[in-house]
Design a protein around this ligand. Structure first.
Ligand SMILES: Cc1cc2nc3c(=O)[nH]c(=O)nc-3n(C[C@H](O)[C@H](O)[C@H](O)COP(=O)(O)OP(=O)(O)OC[C@H]3O[C@@H](n4cnc5c(N)ncnc54)[C@H](O)[C@@H]3O)c2cc1C
Length: 321
């Protein structure tokens, strides 16, 4: 009985979420005395064995050309075939956009238990007990299942990436996808920007920026740092920024090395998606803003005064180094 990990990639690169899922799967494999098998589906990065670094004992590739464009039902049928071929007890799937599509379909196909929004390693394996985020991240719930096979869907960036340095032995998996009953008509990809879940540096701003046109200040700071941009929920609700930038409980969860929050109050729903950041810098004109309690560094000041000065200081530092 093994652990299978759904290994997602995009544009020839594995996602950070895949490394995290591998790290997580490797720990389950170690705790249960089994092997961690990563499954790469469709077009794939050139070096598959890199997943060994993050804990995969074996990396299987199902390379049918029909799988090159993501299709949830087709991917689930290949994962099911892999579960049967390898003999899976646990399946680890990141709660990414694609993972959220695949996990419930696979759960029905395989008759497996599905536990979503998982944010920690299982507390026990017989029966499986695993903790998940509940009640819109205001609480935690311990779920248990006695099902033969469990699919564990982890919140991206909730667990973190760890290196395990396993073999990552590459094998081919002959599994043709089941006939499609849905067709992907078109895909619009955001080009030329760092995807937020992958970003190590993030400059984020909230309603304190007052209007969409003031984001030139935020973009300039982000460009100077080579950072991705993010925003609070009201900002994307008001269409000042696209919804793809909304971070938090109902948006994207991130875990960058540096998160700079400008004109954001620090509501619990916002913190739910960003508090795993390694270093948090808060710029807010209100010294009582709740975000300062979660900050490593804080600047009490007007963003329209502080941000240009910070950008200029970073530019000067870069020019002299
Ligand atoms: C079910 C639910 C889910 C939610 N999910 C999310 C989520 O995923 N993500 C999210 O972000 N929110 C979410 N929210 C909304 C959340 O509760 C807050 O309302 C929201 O985060 C506030 O956004 P904000 O900090 O940009 O705005 P505000 O709360 O209005 O804060 C603006 C901040 O800017 C500061 N400011 C004002 N002017 C300046 C200036 N010139 N310079 C510097 N600082 C200034 C103010 O002091 C203030 O702290 C959710 C709410 C609910 C009920």
């Amino acid at each position: 009985m093994s652990v299978i990990i759904f290994a997602e990639s995009t544009e020839g690169k594995f996602k950070k979420a895949t490394f995290e899922a591998c790290s997580y799967g490797a720990k389950i494999a170690a705790a249960t005395g089994s092997e961690a098998h990563a499954l790469v589906i469709g077009s794939a990065p050139a070096d598959l064995s890199v997943l060994g670094k993050y804990g995969a004992d074996k990396v299987h590739h199902a390379s049918d050309a029909a799988l090159d464009e993501f299709n949830g039902a087709a991917v689930a049928s290949v994962l099911k075939a892999a579960m049967d071929a390898i003999g899976a007890k646990y399946v680890v799937i990141s709660g990414s956009f694609n993972g959220k599509t695949v996990a419930p379909i696979l759960s029905v196909k395989a008759g497996a238990a599905l536990i979503t929004n998982v944010n920690s390693l299982p507390a026990s394996y017989g029966p499986l007990v695993v903790r998940r985020s509940a009640f819109s991240s205001k609480g935690l719930a311990d779920y248990t299942t006695s099902a033969d096979v469990a699919i564990i869907s982890i919140i991206p960036n909730a667990i973190g990436v760890e290196e395990h340095n396993k073999a990552g032995e590459v094998a081919t998996l002959d599994a043709a996808p089941a006939a499609k009953n849905t067709t992907v008509v078109s895909v619009d990809r955001v080009k030329g920007q760092i995807p937020l879940p992958e970003a190590e540096l993030v400059v984020s701003a909230g309603r304190g920026m007052k209007a969409a046109e003031n984001w030139t200040l935020i973009e300039k700071l982000a460009d100077t740092l080579g950072a991705a941009t993010a925003c609070s929920k009201p900002v994307s609700d008001m269409h000042w920024r696209p919804h793809t930038e909304h971070v938090g409980q109902t948006g994207i969860a991130i875990r960058p090395n540096l998160y700079i929050a400008i004109g954001i109050s620090g509501a619990i729903q916002h913190l739910a998606g960003v508090s795993n950041s390694k270093t948090i810098v808060v710029i807010n004109s209100d010294a009582e803003a709740p975000f300062f309690k979660a900050a490593d560094y804080g600047i009490v000041g007007d963003a329209f005064d502080v941000v240009p000065k910070l950008t200029a200081a970073i530019e000067a530092f870069k020019a002299s180094n």
